[in-house]
Design a binder for this molecule. Structure first.
Ligand SMILES: [Zn+2]
Length: 258
């Protein structure tokens, strides 16, 4: 994929950083552009567990759930991600996602852009052991670090590609532990008829747990969902502002206006 194609594919960004479940929307409305520093400051204050409305808004089965269920599953999925972070750190005796990936026999590559434009992603995991981190997005995000005040907000030494890698590694861990891990064993009954029934996995559980896993491994206090806005900002401050508004409202906050 060429650079221009990638940029085209990024607008509108409806999926955010890690999500890829949402169908394409019609043309997006316009948003008031905010400073990235201000948005990060506001979003950081949303506790990881308070991200449940946002996390489930990307879930195809979301309409079937109520508020209470979402909150409960948020807690359980986050706890699952953290638990496996400790487990994997212990198993491989490292907190470094790169070393972990090596020990797990993963094949990691760092191309500039994804090969296809049908799904816009900043990183992805492919069964059984492939992870791609797309560096154009990472570099753009890292450029924002040069702005005054940003590093303090994100905590010193935050490495975007490692954070992305940590998130994707969780999806591989999930595969390895699929017979016992919460995100794979917890299912939702879609329908039942006599002895017949159809149960489904819930994508949101996996995504939330991957965020919990990444947060724990990177040792950051805020939710990695903040990175959604950060990575999108490198391509479009306006799209990032739209995402920020959505996150703030989902988190029960009022988005700031200038
Ligand atoms: Zn993911």
């Amino acid at each position: 994929m060429k650079k221009e194609e990638f940029q085209d594919a990024l607008k509108p960004i409806t999926d955010g950083l890690f999500g890829k479940q949402r169908a394409t929307r019609y043309e997006r409305p316009h948003f008031e552009v905010r400073l990235i520093e201000d948005m990060v400051k506001d979003l950081r204050s949303i506790e990881p567990v308070e991200w449940y409305s946002y996390a489930f808004s990307r879930e195809p089965l979301n309409g079937k759930f109520n508020e209470e269920q979402r909150r409960e599953w948020m807690e359980k999925s986050l706890a699952c991600g953290r638990e496996y972070a400790w487990k994997i750190c212990e198993k491989y005796q490292t907190r470094d996602p790169k070393k972990m990936a090596e020990a797990m026999g993963m094949d990691i590559s760092y191309p500039e852009f994804p090969e296809k434009t049908d799904r816009v992603l900043f990183a992805e995991y492919r069964v059984p052991n492939k992870i791609c981190i797309y560096m154009d997005a990472v570099k753009k995000a890292e450029k924002l670090f040069e702005r005054p005040g940003i590093l303090e907000l994100l905590e010193e030494g935050l490495d975007v590609s490692r954070l992305l890698l940590a998130h994707e590694l969780f999806h591989c861990v999930e595969e390895q532990y699929k017979s016992e891990i919460f995100t794979k064993t917890e299912k939702v009954r879609l329908w039942s008829l006599g002895f017949l029934h159809n149960d489904s996995n819930v994508i949101a559980f996996s995504e939330i747990a991957a965020m919990g896993f990444a947060q724990e491994i990177m040792g950051i206090t805020y939710s990695p969902y903040v990175m959604d806005v950060f990575l999108v900002y490198g391509y479009s401050p306006e799209e990032a502002s739209g995402l920020y508004e959505e996150m703030m409202v989902c988190g029960g906050r009022t988005p700031r206006t200038s």
